[in-house]
Design a protein around this ligand. Sequence first.
Ligand code: HEC
Ligand code: HEC
Length: 289
Amino acid sequence: MESGARWIGPFVFAFLGCGALALAALMQPPRVTHEPSPTAKPAIAEPKAPPQDWLDHSPLHFVMRAMWADCGMVLLHARDTETGNLESIECSAEDIARKAGRFAQLYAAVAKPANDLGRAAKDGQWDAAATAYERLNKACCDCHVEYWPPKLRGFNADVVKLWREKGSPVDETPWSYDYAERLEHPPTTPYRSLMRCWNDGTGDIASALEKRDAAGTQESAGDLFKSVDNQAQAWTRLNERARSMQQFAMRGNFAPMKGTYERMIAECNSCHAALVDKPPEMLTPLPWR
Ligand code: HEC
Ligand code: HEC
């Protein structure tokens, strides 16, 4: 009981807190107005140019860190049936499932047209192959707009400043493509190497398509499909594992959680072993102890 009270404690406090604030506002004596001193700063500061961390912010890394935190929360609540809070497990597991599901969806959206493209080329349906190629490129872009830092998309402090000054995007936008610069150098992480490989793959497909080379198109589309599908599958498995964790929590079933948690984090760890260079300590979801 004591532990239960501890867990609902913050919610009760938050509820009372809001009530107490409202009450305090009612009980306030009339405000004394002061003449603003000549040196006082304006109450609302003028927004500055976007801070560099706005431009550098990587949604991909943020999502990963959020899942790491979720794993820790699942662990914290699932390992002790006395003090564990099922709702916390449910929310955290569902967050992982949702994020993994989104990745699975975005990779599958690339894999599907790659597969269609190979088939169309095999059947000599060049118009269908060209349409699939467009869908393929669009699907790469769909993920990039969602997961690239604004800086990688060309935004810099000058772009944002100019747009705000003009009140609309302008033709002379001073883009600076971090992306284009990067491509002039060798990839710096295994994940970027994978991306370069996909980039080369789409290039190979384009030139095989141009030559109406059925075997060449099939081969390069097949290679790209396999590699992208691999990512889609890993995220689908993580989604399923996190979802079953959530289901156990929903049913208040603590017993199978250890195994489910371990299967879930095995997906994180096996992808990192393949795609992350020398993972720092924090990369590794905490083990069940
Ligand atoms: C299918 C691949 C894949 C899966 C599954 C995966 N990750 Fe990642 N993770 C990555 C990649 C790619 C990076 C970024 C590597 C880089 O930028 O060099 C990353 C980076 C991270 C980072 C570092 C972020 C930072 O900003 O330093 C953390 C933390 C992380 N992942 C946690 C998790 C957790 C927790 C799970 C499982 C719930 C998970 N990941 C599942 C591919 C994956
Ligand atoms: C699920 C998301 C996702 C999909 C799908 C995806 N990418 Fe990426 N891509 C990223 C992210 C995130 C980065 C930035 C990685 C970083 O900053 O380390 C990136 C970076 C890149 C880069 C830059 C590599 C470098 O060295 O900086 C290229 C090129 C690229 N992607 C090509 C592609 C191509 C081609 C496809 C489609 C066939 C594709 N990507 C599909 C997420 C995705």
